[in-house]
Design a binder for this molecule. Structure first.
Ligand code: ZN
Ligand code: ZN
Length: 339
């Protein structure tokens, strides 16, 4: 059987242009330049946070549910749609790192604690980088009262979960779908890579998710550079997103942070300009900017992405609701999809 082109050398490769993870020399060059120039600058404004509306969040399930997204921080979003509670890339720990005493430290607490979460039906894991796949968080979720959520992950990650005693896992290739209570969860391509150690680069797959529920269609980009993948995704789903069916994604979760310096980051992380291009390529009705404000991973200030977004959104003539950010802990209720 012929493998699809993104299956390569016992691992995986991106669709559009071969990706080489940066060399150790490049990492050293980046870090050395950053420390010499005192980067990243400290944020000039506090990252917006607010107490979560727990009453609404807990009551918002079942038939009377209103589609809503709550930003917990970084790429972690609680998405309530299709009668389900979904969680993207859950990271609740103090550090996005294999070590508890070193590595990027949380700058603000999560918008909801693990104990405050409603019962989670499914967890969408985009890839295995430490700021997206956190062992303590997925372990706690697997032991939530009422039983483990379904973990949906890219190819190669099922064994990682099972080795840690987490059994309710499906792994998907790009474009493969898992159906949960009438909601289709499809893994889609992204321009990125994977690694947890030094010898497993690109050995497990990475990606984003498209979620199709009757009341809401959600897109989650995971981590990604800019590529033609997003135009491909729009084309692939054109049949289920025609105007008479309610059109394109009701909400897209798109990363807007961790993009400087460009020579190092461009192939793996979009900047705000490229995030806006993804929004346009998908034809999404509205997008939420994530992957900022929580962990200081790169050379731009932690509070820079939303400033850029406000400026560039105005330049493009978009209104706030078309591409917005939330305070950590904040919920945005979405108009239910009309068919
Ligand atoms: Zn990543
Ligand atoms: Zn990331």
């Amino acid at each position: 059987m012929k493998l699809p082109p993104h299956h390569r050398n016992g691992g995986f490769q991106n669709n559009h242009g071969d990706f080489e993870p940066k060399s150790l020399a490049d990492v050293i060059r980046w870090r050395w330049n950053a420390s010499r120039r005192g980067l990243p600058p400290r944020p000039t404004e506090p990252i917006p946070t607010q107490p979560a509306d727990l009453g609404f969040i807990r009551a918002n399930h079942g038939a009377a549910q209103q589609p809503a997204v709550t930003w917990i921080g970084h790429a972690t979003v609680l998405a309530q749609l299709g009668g389900l509670n979904l969680l993207t890339d859950p990271v609740f720990s103090e550090r996005a790192s294999p070590l508890s005493f070193a590595g990027p430290k949380r700058e603000q607490p999560p918008g909801l604690t693990l104990a405050q979460l409603p019962h989670i039906d499914a967890v969408l894991v985009s890839h295995n980088h430490y700021d997206h796949l956190d062992l303590a968080s997925v372990r706690a979720l697997a032991h939530q009262p009422g039983g483990s959520p379904l973990f949906v992950a890219p190819l190669g990650l099922k064994a990682w979960f099972q080795a840690r005693g987490i059994e309710r896992v499906v792994e998907l290739d790009w474009w493969q779908a898992e159906r949960l209570a009438g909601v289709d969860i499809v893994l889609v391509p992204a321009q990125h890579w994977s690694a947890r150690g030094l010898n497993d680069r690109m050995k497990t797959l990475w990606g984003g998710f498209a979620v199709f529920a009757p009341d809401c269609q959600l897109f989650f980009a995971g981590d990604t550079g800019y590529s033609r993948d997003f135009a491909d995704i729009r084309e692939r789903f054109a049949e289920r997103q025609q105007p008479h069916q309610g059109g394109s994604f009701d909400i897209a979760l798109i990363p807007i942070g961790a993009y400087e310096p460009r020579w190092f980051m461009q192939s793996q992380h979009v900047n705000v300009e490229e995030a806006l291009k993804i929004h346009a390529d998908l034809g999404a009705k509205r997008s939420l900017g994530v992957h900022w404000g929580t962990f200081e991973l790169t050379d731009e200030a932690l509070d820079e992405p939303p400033r850029q977004l406000t400026r560039q959104r105005a330049d493009l003539g978009l209104c706030e609701d078309e591409f917005f950010t939330l305070a950590i802990g904040e919920t945005r209720r979405l108009p239910p999809r009309r068919v």
